[in-house]
Design a protein. Structure first.
Lengths: 303, 143
């Protein structure tokens, strides 16, 4: 029995199989509509996350299965002080697979170690969110046709953004990727990630202005720069416009560059960009459902 | 110069960096053993200048070598039988440590579920860096 805690739990070959399956699901959804009949997914969400939970639930319903669960700690036994270990033992009696989100880092790993059903980490604090990374990878592969040989810009809060760290670590396993990290000084990638890139001799650069690098990017992964991350208001006001993607900046980009975003978007991408065919962040949500369907089938060993 | 006699059965921890012997004494739980323990501080050393030495008259198997390796894996262990050295053990950084260090990350699941064992894995042998198995936070505890 396998679980998914970290995007690197799957080898590159295993990911290829998973993405092939997701691509087939996209093409032939009816073929998979009854694959999970009689199976139940438990969504154990100790903190609210509407989109991730609904994506998992949609994935299971699309496969013909059913869904049980809770959407905040207050409506679970955690409010009475039950441990994660005990909760998963109980859930294992009800469901066939579990997707768990928890504010504490490592909670899904504790659950996996005690569980008799596969556990998927649906986000544990600021630590890991593997299905977001799988979604990002599938989106890139589906729309670019490959996961290697490109220049990717990652823009915004690169210090605290776990989606960025996970995506960089996942892409680092593919060949000829050039990373362009675009952030204010305060929000540069953390030292350990820079060390990893150095140790593995990966190609990267760190810049401050987004518009300067737009022409060279094959992909742009946007994240939000939050006001509270800055040390002073003056810097925030001075820098915030650098990180708002608008039509003018898009004009400097290649015709086949793609814009991704883990969502929710606040104001870092102007709504005027939404109609640009290169803006694929809403398609990304759809790929999130396909990859979760593929993951559920794989972990339940139904393929 | 102060002389401390030979031991017949037991082990000698040699080449301890000067000043670290008391920390080792407590972390190895030597204070809880009912046997003879000699601690020599600031002994002269050709290689180190000054060093500490600990001599213990008990079975080597009562020693948790993992703890010792984390404190300083360059410490030499001489196993003594019938008054002579029968074995020299070299310490290696353990791949996993259980119940030795505590994760200090307030966002880690171990911060709210007290019964969980604190487990660290060796993330970088060159930098001697351990990370929490649950949250991947690096260990900051020093011995």
């Amino acid at each position: 029995m396998r679980h998914l805690m970290n995007p690197l739990d799957f080898s590159v070959e295993e990911l290829d199989k998973l993405f092939d399956l997701a691509a087939d699901i996209e093409k032939n959804p009816e073929k998979y509509a009854h694959k999970c009949e009689g199976k139940k997914l438990a969504t154990c969400f100790y903190e609210p996350s509407t989109r991730t939970r609904l994506s998992f639930e949609t994935a299971m319903l699309n496969l013909g299965g059913s869904v049980i669960g809770f959407s905040d700690a207050g409506s679970s036994s955690a409010a009475k002080g039950e441990s994660v270990s005990d909760t998963i033992r109980v859930i294992s009696c009800f469901a066939d697979i579990c997707a768990m989100r928890h504010p504490k880092e490592g909670a899904p790993m504790v659950a996996a170690s005690r569980s008799s059903i596969p556990v998927i980490n649906a986000g544990d604090g600021g630590h890991q969110h593997p299905t977001q990374t799988l979604t990002d990878l599938l989106t890139i592969r589906a729309l670019k046709g490959r996961l290697d040989h490109f220049t990717i810009g990652l823009c915004g809060d690169l210090k605290f953004g776990r989606t960025v760290h996970s995506l960089v670590n996942a892409l680092a396993r593919y060949s000829d990727i050039h990373f362009v990290f675009i952030s204010p000084e305060e929000l540069r990638i953390p030292g350990y990630l820079r060390d990893t890139l150095w140790d593995r001799a990966l190609s990267f650069e760190e810049v401050i202005r987004l518009e300067d690098v737009m022409p060279k990017l094959d992909l742009l992964y946007m994240t939000r720069v939050q006001r509270e991350r800055f040390f002073n208001e003056e810097d925030y006001v001075r820098l915030k416009d650098f990180y708002i993607l608008n039509r003018a900046k898009m004009e400097r980009a290649r015709e086949d560059m793609l814009v991704l975003h883990p969502l929710p978007r606040v104001n870092e991408i102007s709504v005027e960009v939404d109609d640009d065919p290169r803006a694929v962040y809403f398609k990304q949500v759809q790929y999130g459902v396909y990859v979760r369907m593929a993951l559920i089938l794989t972990l339940l060993e139904l393929v | 110069m102060l002389n401390v006699g030979k031991i017949e059965e037991g082990f000698v921890l040699d080449h301890i960096p000067a000043g670290k012997s008391m920390s080792i004494y407590y972390h190895l739980g030597l204070d809880k053993l009912d046997c003879t323990v000699a601690i020599i501080k600031n002994a002269r050393s050709n290689i180190m200048g000054k060093k500490d030495i600990i001599k213990v008259e008990c079975d080597i198997n009562m020693l948790d070598l993992d703890v010792l390796a984390v404190i300083d894996h360059t410490i030499t262990i001489n196993v003594i039988k019938d008054g002579v050295i029968v074995e020299k053990r070299v310490l290696e950084l353990p791949k996993e440590l259980k119940g030795i260090m505590k994760c200090r990350n307030p966002r880690c699941i171990t911060s709210i579920e007290q019964e969980l064992p604190h487990i660290f894995y060796l993330a970088d042998p060159v930098r001697e860096l351990y990370r929490c198995r649950y949250c991947d936070e690096k260990n900051t505890e020093r011995f």
